[in-house]
Structure formats: C-alpha cells, structure tokens
Design a protein around this ligand. Structure first.
Ligand SMILES: Nc1ncnc2c1ncn2[C@@H]1O[C@H](COP(=O)(O)OP(=O)(O)O)[C@@H](O)[C@H]1O
Ligand SMILES: [Mg+2]
Length: 266
C-alpha cells in the first residue's frame, strides 16, 4: 500500500492503560482521505488519549496505527510532518495580532512567503478585518478560528481537532463549524473529537462512538439512525436525533466502565 492510496488514518486494535485504568481496549477505525470523522465520547472516554497516540505524543501499549500511510511507531517523524494538532486550549499568543501570530508560525516553519500565507488564511477564516488587532481583544470563536488557521500553515494533509468547540458559546461554535467544513472542502482530512452530538451531526461524514475503551458504533449519520428500532406507534413523525441513538446504545453515564461518573468537568 503506497502512502497516497492508504486511508488518511487506520487504527487497529489500539490499547492504552494508565496504570490500572484501561482507557483504550482495542480501538479500530478507518478515516478516508478528505473526510471529516467525528470521534464522539463522553468526558473521560479516552478521546484525547487516542488523539495523542495518533499524533505520536503518547505511545500505545499494543495495536497499530498509520497516519497518512506512515506507521506511528516506526515512522513518527513522517507522521508529525503529516499532521497538525489543535487542542482544547488555544495556543495563540495574546500580545500579538492575529496576523503576527500567523506570520510568526510561518517563519518558524521556514516558509518563504509567510506574509502571503498569513493573509490568505486570515481571509479564509474571516479574520481579515481583525487581522491587526491584538488577540486579547478577540472573541472565543475568533481565537479558535485563528488557532485552526495556525494549524494549517504548511498544509498538513491530516488535522486533529480535539474538542474544537468545548467552552464556546453557540454563536462561536457555529463559526468554528464553518471553518472546519471549509477545511474538508479543501481536501484536508479532519479527525475531530467532541462531546457534542450536534457537532458530530452537523459536521461529520462519519461518526464513531468511543465507549468503555472501544468503538461501539461507526457509520454515517444515516447508518447510525437506522440502529434505533422504529417505534411501533408513531403519532408524530420524528427522526431520531444522534442524541437518541447515543443514549439508546450507551444507556449510561459511565464512559470508562470504572464506576466513575462522566458528569464532571475538566
Ligand atoms: N496521564 C494520565 N494519567 C492517568 N490517567 C489519565 C491520564 N490521562 C488521562 N487519564 C484518564 O484516562 C481517561 C481518559 O482520558 P482522556 O483521554 O483525556 O478522555 P477524553 O479526552 O475523552 O475526555 C480519564 O479517566 C482520564 O482521567
Ligand atoms: Mg479530551
């Protein structure tokens, strides 16, 4: 399998424990190139652990994975050159303007046309008007858009967005969704993690639910909706929401199966 033909991400039997806490117990998934894949799971389900392993920040205990055709264990350097990772907390510099942040990163990556790259990203993420303002004056949605724009410098084919909208207000969330949709339109593969069913429903070509260390469902939204048995008597025609499906499948609030409640905040 050549790098070009390989799926953007392939994960086989990945396992990871923190001491006695088994977080990933054999995770399998495939993300096709140019698609948006949502990894859905409650707080503590292991989403960040999986993203850290795929971005080579953390080693798996067993199993294998390939990103952009490269083996995460044997070719970590090639994997790192193929990806960007944007976490829950923005990595932007508050003192600099949006434009200065972008130019700085482009220069750190030794790109020749840093100014041009910055301007085109500002345009793409609707930040042109705010380009010269200090990031400390930006709204949450603007910061997150800038963060995503920064992660695109150098055109990585695979982008990991770990809970890109956690902590944002509804308006900012919609703005970030537009930015993410835009990414995939340009051919970038996006693996995003989320606790928000609506986010997966809005954005993803494919949705996988991580629960108690395994992927318990993996499919398109239409496929997931078919998993719910139709009600025998329906007075009002109502499509099941992803939320209905999630709770029908998961049916509890204990993502790791350790008896620890997920209803806590980070
Ligand atoms: N470095 C660590 N050491 C011990 N436990 C950890 C560590 N990182 C995460 N955990 C635990 O592993 C579980 C999964 O965490 P995480 O991958 O961050 O979940 P998610 O991103 O889905 O909220 C949680 O119970 C968390 O407390
Ligand atoms: Mg997380």
């Amino acid at each position: 399998m050549t790098t070009q033909q390989a799926p953007a991400i392939r994960v086989q039997g990945l396992e990871k424990s923190y001491n006695k806490l088994e977080v990933l117990r054999g995770v399998d998934l495939v993300v096709e190139r140019g698609s948006i894949f949502a990894l859905l799971g409650s707080n503590g389900a292991g989403k960040t652990t999986l993203v850290k392993i795929l971005s080579t920040l953390l080693k798996a205990d067993s199993g294998a994975a390939w990103v952009n055709g490269f083996d995460i264990a044997a070719q970590p350097g090639e994997v790192r050159e193929s990806i960007s990772l944007t976490g829950q907390f923005a990595a932007v510099d508050e003192i600099l303007s949006g434009r200065e942040n972008l130019v700085l990163i482009a220069k750190l990556r030794h790109l020749k046309n840093a100014e041009q790259i910055a301007d085109s990203l500002l345009e793409r993420f609707s930040l042109t008007d705010a380009a010269g303002r200090k990031v400390s004056t930006y709204s949450g949605g603007m910061r997150r858009r800038l963060d995503i724009a920064m992660s695109l410098i150098g055109n990585p084919p695979v982008v990991f967005l770990d809970e890109p909208t956690t902590g944002l207000d509804p308006q900012a969330r919609v703005e970030v969704w537009q930015a993410v949709a835009e990414l995939a339109e340009q051919g970038t593969t996006v693996l995003l993690t989320t606790q928000y069913l609506e986010e997966a429903e809005q954005l993803a070509d494919r949705i996988a639910i991580l629960h108690r260390g395994r992927i318990i469902v993996d499919g398109t939204l239409a496929e997931l909706k078919q998993l719910l048995p139709p009600a025998e008597v329906e007075y009002v025609e109502k499509q099941p929401s992803l939320e209905d499906i999630f709770f029908a499948l998961v049916g509890d609030n204990d993502p790791t199966g350790t008896g620890r409640s997920a209803a806590r905040t980070n």
